[in-house]
Design a protein around this ligand. Structure first.
Ligand SMILES: C[S@@+](CC[C@H](N)C(=O)[O-])C[C@H]1O[C@@H](n2cnc3c(N)ncnc32)[C@H](O)[C@@H]1O
Length: 277
């Protein structure tokens, strides 16, 4: 079978199950199996060996069950770097990239010591360490397996000596003061989890999504803890959910935080809040 035939085959069965991204999914999966870029795959018309056809069919059948492509190929790009992901860590999202540039701007040329609460795959902590050579960071996560995944990513990128990754919950951070606390906490309202797309609801870790009855449980914990552990003039950088801006802004105000910057996503929703004490 030739690559184009196989791509059509994959794309057609995914389309028959109403998977909107059927074509691109088929391409990404085949390029992963053949270990070539998507661009190369599209311009080359090669014969695919039987072993790879079998692999392709088996990965397509996982996608048919709505497993996200990132879990099937075990990686996701974030700010032009590939991160290892499996079902224990949230798949990095484009909105989260919005946190990084303002942090880089605020702390450029400074000796930054920071904490990432809910480190997941390690995409945030890695991006800050990469952009700011004089920075050191601690990443914590309540999920042990997520911490292991973050370790895999940070080891691959050779940043071991500037980072510590710990299996801890936000309540367990003690006796340290940071210039920056950054967090993309779980912020989905509990009863809305059932209404999320199947890919997310069935496969991504609940602990990475569930923000409790009003979506604010972990956000509040992060704000309360940051009050205690930020240095004077330290910065709290938070990603929040769509529609949460006014409630989060109120909690920040009640805890004596002053907003210094907000960032909107591509659909004009406020998704990141930067504030200081
Ligand atoms: C939305 S995910 C973010 C993952 C990653 N930082 C990213 O942006 O892709 C939230 C993460 O917070 C972790 N988490 C949930 N509750 C927590 C808590 N109380 N303390 C620390 N981490 C927590 C979850 O395990 C999950 O990895």
């Amino acid at each position: 079978m030739k690559t184009t035939q196989l791509l059509d085959f994959g794309s057609n069965i995914l389309r028959s199950k109403k998977i909107i991204s059927h074509r691109i999914d088929s391409e990404v999966i085949l390029s992963y199996i053949l270990k070539i870029s998507r661009e190369k795959l599209l311009i080359k018309e090669d014969k695919v060996c039987n072993e790879n056809i079998i692999k392709f069919r088996s990965l397509i059948s996982r996608r048919l069950k709505q497993e996200p492509v990132a879990y099937i190929i075990a990686r996701k790009e974030f700010r032009s770097e590939d991160f290892f992901v499996d079902k224990k860590s949230l798949i990095p999202r484009p909105e989260t990239e919005l946190l990084i540039d303002p942090i880089v701007k605020i702390f450029k040329n400074k000796n930054l010591f920071f904490l990432d609460i809910g480190v997941g795959s390690g995409c945030i902590i890695f991006s800050i360490l990469k952009e700011l050579n004089h920075s050191k960071g601690i990443g914590i996560d309540i999920c042990k397996k997520a911490v292991l995944n973050a370790k895999i990513n940070l080891n691959r990128f050779n940043l071991k000596n500037r980072v510590k990754l710990l299996n801890k919950s936000v309540d367990q951070v003690l006796n340290k003061k940071f210039d920056l606390v950054v967090s993309n906490p779980p912020y989905i309202v509990k009863r809305e989890i059932n209404r999320l797309a199947n890919d997310i609801r069935k496969f991504e870790p609940k602990v990475a999504l569930d923000g409790g009855n009003d979506g604010l449980d972990v956000i509040k914990k992060v704000i309360y803890k940051s009050k205690e552990i930020l240095k004077l003039k330290g910065v709290l950088a938070l990603e929040i959910g769509r529609g949460q801006y006014f409630s989060v802004a109120r909690v920040l105000r009640e805890n004596n935080f002053r907003q210094i910057r907000i960032v909107k996503d591509y659909q004009n929703n406020i998704r990141c809040i930067f504030s200081t004490l």
